[in-house]
Each structure stands twice: as C-alpha cells, then as structure tokens.
Design a protein around this ligand. Structure first.
Ligand code: ARG
Length: 462
C-alpha cells in the first residue's frame, strides 16, 4: 500500500473505514485543473524565491501539465486511498518525475492550496453563470418584445387588480435578474484575493512573492491575514446566497408559468419540447421544468444553510469540517447552470394566448381604480372617490354588469361628477395607458424601458 504524505508520525495504517470517510477525492477531483494551475504558479514562486532552480521548476511544471493531461483523458483512476485531489496530483507528479515532485509542497499547505483552488474554480464558474444569465435575460427581453402590446391582468393577493402589459410583467423579472447579475459580480470582486503563502495558518517562513503568485493566477490582490486566508469560506457562502436569491426569482417565475399554463388560467401553452406527459392520464401536459425549477430552489437554499451551519462554530483556522464546503457548492453550480440553460428556450417557445389574457382583464373590475381616479382628478377626495367606485362595483355585481357597460345615467346616480368621458376613462386600454409614470405599465413607458434594456443587453454579460 502507498504511504500517505503525512504518515511520518504514524505507526499504524489508516483504518479502511476512516479512509473512506476522510477522503474527498470522489468530489474534489473536479478541482484538478485549478489545483494544477495553482501548483504551477506556486512552482514559479518557488523558483523566484531560489528554492527551486529554473531547471527543477521547469521539470515540475512540465510534470504537472502531463498529470493534467492524464486526468483530462480519464487515465487516472481516483481512489479513496489518494485522499484528496491535492495529494492525488502530487503523488502522480512524484511517480512521473521522481523525488523532485516532493519539493513542490515547500512553503505550502493543503489549507492555502484548497483556498486558492476553490477561488479559481468559483471565479470561472461565476463567469459561466453570468454568461448563461445574460442569455436568460435576453429570452425575457425577447418575450417582452414579441408580446409588447399584450394586455393581461396584474394581480395583488392573487386577485385580479389592474391591467398590465405582459411585456411589463416580463421586464419585472428582467430587473430581478439584473440585480442577481450584479450580486454575482459583487461576489466576484470580494473573492478576488490570492491566499497562497498563508501556509497551514501562520504564513510561510520562505521568501514567497505573494504578489507575483496573484499576478500569475489573475487575482487583483493578495489576502491580508494568513489565518483568515485559510479559514474563510464566506466567499462561497456569499455565492450560495446570491444563487439562492436568484433561485427564489426563478421559482416565482416558475410558479407563474405553472399557473398560467393551467386550464383555469389558459394564458400560455408551453411547447411540447419543454413539457412532459403523465404515465396514466393521456390528456396531461405538465410544466415539469417550471415545477423542477421551483422545487430545486429548496435544494439550493438547503446548500446555503448547510454551509452556514458548517461554518458557524468553527474556531480559527482550518478545520476538517470545511471539507464539507464543496458538495453544496458543486451542487448549486450544477443546478443553476442546468436550469438557466433550459429556461430561456422554454420561455421563448411558449405560446401566449392573447385573447384569453385580455378577456381576463374584462372581468373582475380591474378598472375600478380608474373610476376612483376619475373622480379624484376632478377634485373629489380620493377616499370618497374610492367609496363611490366601490359602490359602482357593488351595483355592477348586483346587476350582472361591467363598469365599461354602465350608462351615463347609472354613473350619475352614483356621483354627479361623472360625465360622458367616464366611459373612455374606464376602458382597459386607457386604464393601462394612463400609467405613464416612470416605471409604469403604459405602452409608451414600457417601449422606452425596452429600448433602454436592449441597449443595456448589448453591453455584454457583465
Ligand atoms: N480535502 C481538504 C479540504 O477540502 C483539503 C485540506 C486538508 N487540510 C488538512 N490539513 N487536512 O478541506
């Protein structure tokens, strides 16, 4: 059996069960290329410090590149015996280039090594996610543009409230995902610190040029405190919380997609390619993707809570508990990437049932506020105007009428302030188009916002 890198002080071999439990290789193998990138930079720093000769440095770096190739080609079978990706890479390197491989770990610990690996990995992942988010936002913009003038009921308390444009509704989500984007960018900025040189916890006794390592690895600065460098996982937690907020937004949109595609609403129909059927009920066409997105938000929140809980009582500095940071992180990344990839195409292929949406605005007195505003803009105190409009609604309910269908005499009997133009004032289109305030749902306003949004989008993903 192979000797462990840390076996010097041990007399007995590790128990097999301990080995299994202790190992992280089954999941942290995913960090291999970032681990090797970090190691190459560390080797260059060691050369600069005079700890390795140029020749040794070259040999180590070439060896590392060869190991990376082997792993990429699936030639290395990872086993629990290897413990983690850091040990696996180092031991394969030593197999290839001999005892010189053992010099690579000079001035370094797995504690600062893993801290740099995850940062490098997560930075790359966030860029990928930002890119996917950009496409997803584009899909929202496209749906808004294609359905610019489609009118639908806007809801409060899940009750029909006032008419809005579907494009306005879609752009509401666009705004949420813009904030999600900026949260991820903030998160990138805070994690942009290079921890190598912190060693196990107290810093390195070697003359390591940490700024050189930062430059080689594309970090804009080095970490300030060695203890913090190896024990900080708040950059992962911050990412998980940004991801959770984003999932909450995806989940809210999903809830609407699910409702809108129900027979009760009938506002949209998802394309067959993005729906699934039932194994027993032949008539069913289910919005499974939206349901899964809603369901997976729970899983991502769980990942956030899992790592917060892992970290909350850990004394400084590194503790093995922190090995538990990776699975929630990887799972979150995989979940949001898979969803973001499918969600835009699902939205873009859905069929919008314009008539049904419009008809839904015609029942439910969505223009009652407009009747009140009509009076208020003619000097009636809003509270009183609200009361009169309420009586108008009650009257319509009793008579089985709509506000648009009332005659002037009926309006007059409710308030003498009503004139002929009340009919126009309570038309759904007008109700909508009077909401010209900045950020409102009037067609003119939404058109302007859409134009600005398209300009924003042309600026790229981040
Ligand atoms: N596999 C470990 C982790 O992910 C690497 C760091 C181990 N450090 C140590 N001192 N045992 O946390």
């Amino acid at each position: 059996m192979k000797q462990k890198a840390w076996s010097g002080r041990f007399k007995e071999a590790t128990d097999k069960l301990v080995e299994e439990l202790n190992a992280s290789i089954s999941f942290d193998k995913r960090l291999y290329s970032h681990d090797i990138t970090g190691s190459i930079a560390h080797a260059m720093v060691l050369v600069k410090a005079g700890i390795l000769t140029e020749k040794e440095g070259k040999k180590i770096i070439n060896g590392l590149k060869a190991v990376e190739k082997e792993i990429a080609e699936g030639k290395i079978e990872f086993t629990a015996e290897m413990e983690d990706i850091h040990m696996a890479v180092e031991s394969r390197l030593t197999e290839k280039i001999g005892p010189l491989g053992g010099k690579l770990h000079t001035g370094r610990s797995r504690n600062d090594q893993v801290a740099v690996d995850i940062r490098l990995f997560l930075k790359d992942q966030i860029f990928e996610i930002l890119h996917l988010l950009h496409h997803f936002r584009q899909a929202l913009v496209d749906v808004a543009e294609e359905n610019l003038e489609v009118i639908m009921p806007g809801y409060t308390h899940m009750q029909r409230a006032q008419p809005v444009l579907l494009s306005h509704h879609m752009l509401a989500y666009y705004e949420m995902f813009v904030r999600d984007t900026s949260r991820l960018i903030d998160c990138l900025d805070r994690m942009d610190e290079m921890p190598l040189g912190a060693g196990a916890l107290a810093g390195s006794p070697y003359n390591l040029d940490r700024n050189y390592a930062a430059e080689l690895l594309g970090f804009s600065r080095v970490t300030e405190n060695s203890l913090d460098s190896v024990s900080d996982r708040d950059f992962i937690i911050e990412f998980l919380s940004a991801a959770s907020i984003m999932m909450m937004h995806i989940s809210r949109l999903s809830e609407e997609i699910i409702l809108w595609s129900s027979q009760e609403f009938g506002f949209i129909e998802l394309s067959d390619a993005f729906s699934t059927g039932s194994s027993i009920m032949p008539q069913k066409k289910n919005p499974d993707i939206a349901e899964l997105a809603r369901g997976k938000s729970g899983r991502v929140y769980g990942n956030l809570v899992s790592l917060l809980t892992t970290m909350k009582s850990l004394p400084l500095a590194y503790n093995k508990d922190m090995q538990e940071d990776k699975e929630p992180l990887f799972d979150t990344i995989d979940t949001i990437k898979a969803l973001l990839k499918v969600y835009g195409p699902m939205l873009k292929t859905m069929k919008v049932n314009r008539d049904r949406m419009l008809r839904a605005t015609e029942a439910g007195f969505l223009n009652a506020t407009d009747a009140a505003d009509y009076l208020a803009s003619r000097g009636v105190p809003f509270r009183q105007a609200h009361e009169v409009a309420g009586r108008a609604v009650a009257y319509c309910i009793e008579k089985g009428k709509t506000l648009e269908g009332l005659g002037l005499d009926e309006w007059k009997s409710l308030s003498p302030v009503f004139e002929k133009d009340i009919k126009e004032a309570v038309s759904i289109k007008r109700s909508l188009n009077t909401r010209k305030v900045y950020g409102g749902t009037a067609l003119e306003t939404v058109k302007k916002r859409l134009k600005a949004v398209k300009k924003e989008m042309s600026g790229g993903c981040c």
